[in-house]
Design a protein around this ligand. Structure first.
Ligand code: AMP
Ligand code: FE
Ligand code: FE
Ligand code: ZN
Length: 282
């Protein structure tokens, strides 16, 4: 059982990297990729915790990218965490994440939902990658909403009143940087939420044709059966890899339990092979 997309509290999951690895072992997983948003910070802890647990760690990251003004999430596997160009872009994203928070707090206060800084800070913890889920958790604690889903559906989603956009790395640049850093690139939930609007078959074909795209995350909870079937056919036609993953966020995202979608051993091996060939760090 191989799960190639999970999060820890280093971004917007609720378990530390070590707790995540223990949960993966308890769930009977053989391998997982930790893909925190826009940071590599949890990977060393996860690798250390994996020793002796019988779970293999694949080093990953979920990059906040952008295409035509829409948010696109890019999974980078085995990208070297010291690549200067990639690091510089990730820093821009994290700065953008931090800088938009006061504006969202203002909007929340104006809507009658003040969030004291100390409450928000508790949910951010020592995460270098602040996200709307942290705000959502603060709203839950303050009794404004029942859970993260209600916070997003009512207030925080891209088309809701509290949302403030932030910087995302232009998708083609993000793909080039993952490759330059020795990694393998898989587009996360390509036809879930907003990204379906911009990731047309033509765009995906262009990226695959340019040789910068390794795979598509087909089996994901944001895709219904029909979408999965269409994407699987497209991936086959474009000769890119098909992955499946949980996008686990601990208690932060219900219906995304570890191993609820999985990837094949063949695809996992191929990703590792490509990372090795490109001089990445898996
Ligand atoms: P941000 O990183 O601030 O752009 O927030 C996006 C993150 O919020 C995603 O990576 C998901 O983890 C989470 N998210 C997005 N939409 C929802 C939703 N409708 N319900 C719960 N979590 C969501
Ligand atoms: Fe997330
Ligand atoms: Fe995502
Ligand atoms: Zn994710």
């Amino acid at each position: 059982m191989i799960d190639l997309h999970t999060h820890s509290s280093v971004s917007d999951g609720t378990e530390s990297p070590a707790e995540l690895m223990a949960a993966a072992a308890a769930a009977g997983l053989d391998a997982i990729a930790l893909c925190d948003h826009d940071t590599f910070d949890g990977l060393d802890d996860a690798a250390e915790a994996a020793v002796g647990l019988g779970v293999e760690l694949l080093r990953g990251i979920e990059i906040s990218a952008e295409l035509d003004g829409q948010s696109v999430h890019l999974l980078g596997y085995g990208a070297r965490p010291d690549h200067p160009g990639l690091l510089a872009e990730l820093e821009l994203v994290r700065d953008g994440r931090t800088q938009r928070i006061p504006r969202m707090l203002e909007r929340l206060a104006a809507a009658g939902m003040p969030v004291p800084a100390e409450v928000l800070d508790r949910h951010i913890g020592d995460s270098p990658s602040v996200g709307r889920p942290h705000l959502a958790d603060a709203m839950v604690e303050l009794g404004y909403v029942a859970d993260r889903r209600e916070a997003f559906d009512g207030w925080l989603a891209d088309d809701r009143s509290i949302f403030v956009p932030r910087y995302g790395i232009p998708l083609r640049r993000a793909l080039a940087l993952v490759r330059a850093a020795g990694g393998a690139a898989v587009i996360a939930h390509p036809w879930g939420r907003q990204s379906r609007e911009v990731l047309s078959e033509a765009v995906l074909a262009e990226l695959a044709g340019a040789g910068v795209l390794d795979g598509l995350e087909v089996d994901h909870q944001d895709h219904d059966e029909q979408t999965r079937a269409e994407l699987r056919d497209l991936a086959q036609a474009l000769n890119v890899l098909v992955t499946g993953s949980s996008d686990y966020h601990g208690l932060g995202k219900l219906g995304h339990g570890l191993g609820c979608n999985t990837s094949s051993a063949e695809v996992y091996g191929e990703l590792r092979r490509r990372i090795g060939e490109r001089g990445g760090r898996a």
